[in-house]
Design a protein around this ligand. Structure first.
Ligand SMILES: Cc1ncc(C[n+]2csc(CCOP(=O)(O)OP(=O)(O)O)c2C)c(N)n1
Ligand SMILES: [Mg+2]
Length: 310
């Protein structure tokens, strides 16, 4: 069993585990064993582990197509995630959904979708249900900066604020949507915009620091549990890989290796690599086990095609 010096080390271990999983996915991707496109969270892991740390059993998280990190931070099965990417029947969605539609409701990760912003109203609905049923659970709506341009985002903030729902809107602001920078897309400041709905909004400039994210989410979670209405947190973060796929896309010209280097200069998984070295062997063994499981698993039966779709 893995032991940790403190909570910070525990969260760094979780972030390291997610990074190694995604690096491994990138390594094996050219062999074509993975049957779906992959949107990697490399660089963004600390947001997921910091945000999920204060959650309790019964709380719910709704993610995006870039959700390997949140699925794993919630405690989703690595074996089932890998099998899902391989398109196997043992995958978390029976091998029919792939990387963009991960789900692990047994640990509160309710789902993710390829349609930008589409899980935000799902999260608001879950928060409405929790409020009506008096479960005391809170809901995290996770989305990117680009998702805030969708109409349903604005509708969701309004409805949640009006009904004082226990939902935390958590924006992973990597400043990018595919190949476009936020400044070329948005006329509004994310926090000011949320405050316009009467929602308390905070900014985490150090989205590379899981403890910083954790502290803000913990405070927000307390307020949500006390019935104080929805909250908004914007986490500054950075994605190292291209929008979709395993390359780094520096050749496209919309960002440079220098942007990446600037973020890496703060990355604790890089800066504290020597200290985290003791976790590497166990993580590598766990990943190897998950890949073996996925590779050895059966394909879905033909009649599974029409199951769970109507
Ligand atoms: C409704 C909808 N519009 C457009 C797209 C195409 N699309 C896929 S990802 C993406 C960018 C989203 O950026 P952001 O929300 O910041 O997330 P990030 O990729 O940065 O994590 C777009 C426009 C889509 N999948 N769904
Ligand atoms: Mg983005």
């Amino acid at each position: 069993m893995t032991t940790f010096a403190d909570e910070r080390e525990r969260l760094l271990y979780q972030a390291l585990r997610i990074r190694r999983v995604e690096e491994h996915i990138a390594r094996i991707y050219p062999s074509d064993c993975i049957q779906s496109p992959v949107h990697l969270s490399l660089g963004q892991e600390a947001v997921a582990v910091g945000a999920c740390a204060p959650l309790r059993a019964g709380d719910r998280v709704f993610g995006t197509y870039r959700s390997h990190a949140f699925y794993l931070a919630c405690g989703g099965s690595l074996r089932e995630m890998m099998a899902e990417l391989f398109g196997k029947a043992t995958g978390c969605a029976g091998g029919k959904a792939g990387s963009m539609h991960l789900t692990a409701p047994e640990v509160g990760f309710m789902g993710s979708s390829a349609v930008v912003a589409s899980t935000i109203p799902n999260a608001v609905g879950a928060a409405l249900a929790a409020q009506r049923l008096g479960t005391g659970a809170i809901t995290l709506a996770v989305f990117g900066d680009g998702a805030t341009e969708e109409g349903v985002y604005h509708e969701s903030l309004n409805f949640a604020a009006l009904h004082r729902l226990p939902v935390l809107f958590l924006c992973e602001n990597n400043g990018l949507a595919v190949h476009s920078h936020r400044a070329s897309r948005q006329s509004y400041d994310l926090m000011h915009h949320a405050r316009g709905f009467g929602i308390t909004a905070e900014h985490c400039a150090s989205g590379f620091d899981p403890m910083a994210v954790r502290a803000l989410v913990e405070m927000a979670a307390q307020a949500l549990r006390a019935g104080a209405g929805p909250r908004f947190i914007e986490c500054a973060t950075y994605r190292y890989a291209e929008h979709v796929g395993i390359g780094d896309d520096h050749d496209v010209g919309y960002r440079s290796p220098a942007d990446c280097a600037a973020w890496r200069a703060h990355d604790p998984l890089i800066l504290e690599a020597a200290r985290l070295e003791r976790f590497e062997a166990a993580i590598a063994a766990e990943i190897a086990d998950a890949v073996t499981f996925a590779a050895a698993s059966p394909w879905p039966e033909p009649d599974a095609l029409l199951r769970d779709v109507a």
